[in-house]
Write a protein that binds this ligand. Structure first.
Ligand code: HEC
Length: 188
């Protein structure tokens, strides 16, 4: 940030503008990483469903989704993950900041905003350190999401989910609901 301060003075750019630019750049980097995450997951999910239906595809969500998140977290030195107000995996339970953003997303949707590009980011102070935090809403689509997150889940699929996630809350969604969000924390 010091470097930007000097630059701002040199070129007489208002510092607020420089900071806003830095945040926008961090947001853009977050969007790129999320696009990779979502793209990779969707491709694997599609492949698995085609091969063995939703029952077989559970393994993709169960193992590949956390693996992609871990890989991206290590690669960028950030925390990259998914969260939800009604998580399936308790590891995806939102922290206080994530919970408040998810609640704001619900309010924004209720007020008529489209969820397609719904996002939120800000700098927060955590453990005495400044962090850039970013979230992007994940809308539930009829296909393929509701096969595993909807109201009419095939009994075999439901039984397999029960076994893996005894405290599963991520059912009963309708198309268009906010299923959760991608969440990124970048150290500054
Ligand atoms: C084949 C079943 C299946 C399908 C289809 C599926 N999911 Fe999931 N979903 C899961 C499982 C299993 C988990 C738990 C993953 C884990 O352990 O991290 C999960 C977790 C999630 C999470 C992370 C938060 C949480 O609840 O733990 C989100 C967000 C999510 N799914 C969204 C979607 C969306 C959006 C779609 C459609 C594009 C979708 N899912 C399709 C099975 C599925």
């Amino acid at each position: 940030m010091k470097k930007y301060f000097v630059l701002a003075l040199l070129f007489s750019i208002p510092l607020t503008q420089v900071i806003a630019g830095d945040l926008e750049q961090r947001a853009e980097q977050s969007r790129v990483v999320i696009k990779e995450f979502a793209g990779a997951l969707k491709a694997e999910l599609r492949k698995a469903i085609k091969k063995g239906g939703p029952l077989q595809a559970i393994t993709v969500c169960n193992t590949i989704a956390p693996a992609i998140a871990r890989h991206q977290s290590t690669k960028h030195g950030w925390h990259v993950g998914r969260t939800s107000l009604k998580p399936r995996n308790p590891d995806n339970t939102p922290d206080n900041w994530e919970k408040s953003v998810l609640e704001k997303f619900e309010a924004r949707k209720k007020a008529g905003e489209s969820t397609a590009k719904m996002e939120y980011f800000e700098v927060v102070e955590q453990d005495g350190k400044k962090k850039f935090r970013y979230m992007k809403a994940i809308p539930a689509k009829k296909k393929p999401c509701l096969a595993c997150h909807g109201t009419n889940i095939n009994p075999d699929v439901a039984a397999a989910l029960d076994k893996l996630y005894p405290n599963d809350q991520a059912r009963g969604y309708k198309a268009g609901d906010i299923r959760g969000a991608f969440s990124i924390t970048q150290p500054m």
